[in-house]
Design a protein around this ligand. Structure first.
Ligand SMILES: [Zn+2]
Length: 387
């Protein structure tokens, strides 16, 4: 495999605390990095750089790890701009619009879904996302959910079964029957195609006992667990995620000090999704509060057609910094190493030796430009290791 040396990196963020300034960001000024098509082979100061087969001078700009987007709903058809406009005119979000996307997705052909997903995946990649988690949840039928996880698997190894996204119309009067279906045959159909299982556990959606039942069956089927919780209210979902050892509990807009205490002493990552608060015009959770409590925080796009049609990770960084009290470095860490931890991946989200060679060359001398120039194209080039 050919090796390639990137030299004259003005500021290299490795997220490896054993390197450079030995902070969490593992930052090295005037740095160089050697990679092959898969892995980081060497990082250090430019003056110590070893020889390699190819040489690239990046002319003093910043390099950061590729973004790990640990929460998306990328496979869907249709759009809900009307609902967005209504919300911006003062209507409140109650989670009901999901069924509209379910209708559109059920009507779409496999090729239409594949092509729509590809368009969004390309947009995310261009924004610097090198790993995308993708959930099902917009068909809510036996064959439909299987179709969605199969399509998601064409774009990612990090696929999540979310049959318990909402109760579909045909089960409106039999939610117990729907939970039976999700925890039974639907899970059995989808399990061979996914790594993860998730439930939308929230006020007016699925309760803690329903979520526990689905997740325990998923665990028995060999899946790892994550959970949507506490977006719409203090639903008890955070406690359930900790009880079941979920890799991540996502949204966490409404959390108590007790929840934060519990999160700080366990392995479960809190994934904050400010695109949802932005697009529903609801108050952001304070990232500062989570960090000060000692909680491990990830940030993700939550790309979905109803509440966060966001395909640009730099916007998420800017929102976390401007609206949630996080420093630029904390936000950058949360979309890289934090996202990797939310997916339990030690090979992603950092540029230590042995990490996957997923990295971004910025059109900026410092990574801080990701938040400092909101809406600009700060990500210049995206390198993604072969899988
Ligand atoms: Zn979500």
């Amino acid at each position: 495999m050919a090796t390639r040396l990137f030299a004259n990196i003005g500021e290299l963020t490795t997220n490896d605390p054993r390197l450079g300034d030995e902070s969490a960001m593992g930052r090295i000024p005037n740095a160089a990095m050697v990679v092959d098509e898969q892995r980081v082979l060497w990082v250090g100061s430019s003056r110590d750089a070893p020889e390699a087969d190819e040489f690239t001078d990046v002319d003093g700009v910043a390099v950061v790890p590729g973004f790990v987007d640990s929460h998306t709903h990328l496979v869907f058809a249709g759009e809900r701009s009307t609902e967005f406009e209504a919300r911006m005119s003062g209507e409140r979000y109650d989670g009901g619009g999901i069924l509209e996307t379910v209708d559109a997705t059920r009507r779409a052909t496999r090729d239409e879904l594949r092509s729509a997903t590809a368009t969004r995946a390309v947009a995310l990649r261009k924004s610097g996302v090198t790993t995308i988690e993708i959930k099902s949840g917009y068909e809510l039928t036996l064959e439909g959910e299987q179709r969605l996880v199969e399509i998601a698997g064409e774009f990612s190894d990090e696929v999540t079964f979310l049959g318990a996204h909402t109760v579909p119309k045909e089960f409106a009067h039999d939610r117990e029957g729907y939970v039976d279906l999700v925890a039974g045959e639907m899970l059995t159909n989808c399990a061979p195609h996914v790594r993860w299982a998730d439930v939308f556990c929230d006020t007016g959606v699925f309760g803690v006992d329903e979520a526990r039942r689905v997740l325990l069956c998923a665990r028995d089927a060999g899946l790892e667990l994550r959970l949507h919780a506490n977006q719409l209210g203090d639903s008890g979902g955070v406690g359930l995620a900790i009880e079941l050892g979920c890799a991540s509990v996502d949204h966490c807009t409404h959390v108590s000090d007790g929840d934060l205490d519990a999160l700080s002493s366990c392995e479960t990552v809190a994934t904050l999704l400010p695109g949802a608060e932005f697009s529903t015009r609801t108050p952001y959770p304070s990232g500062r509060r989570f960090l000060d409590a000692g909680v491990t925080v990830a940030l993700a796009t939550d790309c979905n057609p109803g509440t966060s049609y966001v395909t640009n990770m730099s916007l998420i960084i800017a929102l976390a910094v401007r609206e949630m009290g996080m420093t630029v470095d904390e936000a950058l860490w949360a979309v890289t190493r934090g996202g990797a931890k939310a997916l339990r991946r030690d090979d992603l989200g950092h540029l230590g030796v042995g990490a996957r060679a997923d990295f971004l060359i910025l059109d900026a001398p410092r990574a801080a430009h990701l938040a400092y120039r909101p809406g600009g194209n700060v990500v210049h080039q995206v390198f993604r290791a072969t899988r």
